[in-house]
Design a protein around this ligand. Structure first.
Ligand code: HEC
Length: 122
């Protein structure tokens, strides 16, 4: 009986340690935070990225699909695309379609997280 209790206590303690490590690791991962942010339907008062950008290469919503963007872009270009969308336009898409609101709507950290995430889309 006593031995059984010790085993249960040990398993519970182990589960707690694993949960703490897993949870902490995820929130420290900028790309994971960026993935979550990217998927939000509304960010601040704006329709979120996912309402205009699909992650499927063959699906174009309002903006270009971002499938594989990590292979054809780099951190600086992505940052500019988000903060100053009209600076360089993706061919075939008109200006002023991606709202130039993200420098107000996102913190620097959130922009970094989105860029880190987009770079993982190879
Ligand atoms: C209202 C629709 C809309 C929303 C919302 C939107 N975008 Fe865009 N986005 C566009 C359009 C249209 C383009 C293409 C024209 C251009 O380059 O500005 C674009 C271009 C881009 C590009 C350049 C892609 C390339 O191939 O170089 C990136 C990166 C991007 N958006 C990321 C984001 C992120 C991240 C968010 C969320 C913070 C977001 N967009 C929100 C419409 C949108």
């Amino acid at each position: 009986m006593k031995k059984h209790f010790l085993i249960v206590a040990f398993v519970l303690a182990l589960a707690l340690v694993l949960a703490a490590c897993g949870g902490g690791g995820a929130s420290d991962d900028p790309a994971a935070a960026g993935e979550k942010l990217f998927a939000e339907q509304i960010i601040g008062a704006q329709p979120g990225c996912i309402t205009c950008h699909s992650l499927d290469a063959d699906t174009v919503i309002v903006g270009p699909s971002l499938a594989g963007i990590g292979s054809r872009s780099d951190a600086d270009t992505l940052r500019e695309s988000i903060l100053d969308p009209n600076a360089v336009l993706v061919e075939g898409f008109p200006s002023d379609t991606m709202p130039p609101v993200w420098s107000d709507e996102l913190t620097d950290e959130q922009v970094d997280q989105l860029v880190a995430y987009l770079l993982t889309l190879k």
